[in-house]
Ligand binder design. Structure first.
Ligand SMILES: *[C@@H]1O[C@H](CO)[C@@H](O)[C@H](O)[C@H]1NC(C)=O
Ligand SMILES: *[C@@H]1O[C@H](CO)[C@@H](O)[C@H](O)[C@H]1NC(C)=O
Ligand SMILES: *[C@@H]1O[C@H](CO)[C@@H](O)[C@H](O)[C@H]1NC(C)=O
Ligand SMILES: *[C@@H]1O[C@H](CO)[C@@H](O)[C@H](O)[C@H]1NC(C)=O
Ligand SMILES: *[C@@H]1O[C@H](CO)[C@@H](O)[C@H](O)[C@H]1NC(C)=O
Length: 318
């Protein structure tokens, strides 16, 4: 999808417009989602697992996204918000797990830079688009089901994109999350994927509904060669594919079981990823925290000086 281009195409130099990004996504995404055996939605039984276990529980049979049927994208295009939603459910659903549920991929382009109202509030620019994945209303197969997604990306040459973790002391935009994960294509990034390692178990996103999101290392894979001619033409055929797994939640804390809701979002883009500087609030706190002792030292120094002077004056008078 957008952002997974090699430097040969020169997108870094000539960034596409938001509308072009959106239409590319809208035309490539359903074909990318369909017809591939390997992209899957995982479900694990997290009832009896320890913290940090991999996989995070006994796996249930995965849902293959290739066997989902998807809505007609035309009906979900929202030109006002530059967004479109692909909503799918398994074509064959003998247990009726998806009778009232769906897996949705919402893509949104931006006309300028800014930040969404809802956490994780990643900084975006006109060269980026957001992909939001939401599992809503599907019946889990266990009381403590954890979900995961297998993500396939394009590699560059023989290598997989670089996975990077960036840490910050600032959590103003995503409470208690001090990390941003990135996939970078090339050392002078020609494209990137960026996300905060957090998912949410309620529509109302906040600290109470935040779940950890874990990413496995990337592995090169030959299994992801897209069948679609458009995808093949768009991404040069000699690019190799890489895959990694994302898992959402832990056996304790909030989870999908709370409201049968799970959402996770990521930012895809061309060029260098937007850089989050410290927020005004944190800068203010730092200024106060670092400034107050400084002011006290200064005040103390002035006080001492005055005291010394008074003392010496006193001595002189004597
Ligand atoms: C959880 O695992 C422990 C040890 O592996 C086992 O003794 C226990 O019966 C398990 N509990 C459940 C509910 O499966
Ligand atoms: C999708 O919907 C539009 C109008 O709503 C229609 O013109 C188009 O044929 C539909 N496409 C498919 C594949 O059903
Ligand atoms: C789906 O929703 C209907 C109506 O709310 C309900 O009767 C039914 O039990 C639900 N099915 C599942 C599998 O949750
Ligand atoms: C889910 O919990 C209920 C009540 O706590 C229990 O009766 C049921 O066996 C559990 N189901 C599974 C699949 O663990
Ligand atoms: C993702 O997890 C599933 C289930 O644990 C596993 O079969 C698969 O090989 C993993 N894929 C990658 C790319 O790690």
């Amino acid at each position: 999808m957008c952002g997974s281009e090699g430097p040969r195409r020169g997108w870094g130099r000539c960034a596409p417009s938001p509308m072009l990004l959106l239409s590319l996504l809208a035309s490539a995404a359903p074909l990318g989602l369909l017809g591939e055996e390997t992209r899957q939605l995982f479900e694990f039984d997290g009832a009896n697992t320890s913290e940090g276990a991999k996989p995070p529980g006994e796996p249930y049979p995965p849902y293959s996204l290739a066997k989902f049927s998807w809505n007609n994208i035309t009906d979900s295009l929202e030109p006002a918000t530059l967004s479109a939603t692909f909503r799918g459910r398994p074509t064959d659903d003998p247990t009726g797990a998806f009778a009232n549920g769906s897996l949705a991929f919402r893509v949104q382009a931006f006309s300028g830079s800014g930040r969404p109202d809802q956490p994780p509030r990643l900084l975006h620019s006109a060269d980026t688009c957001q992909l939001e994945v939401a599992l809503v209303g599907a019946s889990p197969r266990g009381n403590r089901s954890l979900f995961g997604l297998e993500v396939a990306t394009l590699g560059q040459g023989p290598d997989c994109p670089l996975m990077q973790e960036q840490h910050s002391i600032d959590d103003e935009y995503a409470p208690a999350v001090f990390q941003v994960n990135q996939l970078l294509w090339g050392s002078l990034p020609s494209g990137f994927v960026q996300w905060r390692p957090v998912a949410f178990s309620q529509r109302q996103r906040g600290r109470e509904s935040a779940l950890p999101c874990q990413a496995s290392p990337l592995h090169p894979s030959l299994a992801y060669l897209p069948q679609s001619p458009i995808v093949r033409a768009f991404f040069e055929s000699h690019n190799n594919f890489c895959a990694f797994n994302l898992t959402f939640g832990a056996s304790t804390g909030p989870g999908y079981w709370d409201a049968h809701y799970l959402s996770w979002s990521t930012l895809l883009g061309v060029g260098t990823p937007p850089l989050d500087t410290l927020s005004p609030l944190v800068l203010g706190i730092m200024a106060v925290a670092l400034g107050a002792p400084g002011l006290m030292l200064l005040a103390g120094g002035v006080f001492l000086l005055l005291g010394h002077r008074q003392c010496s004056e006193y001595q002189r008078i004597n």
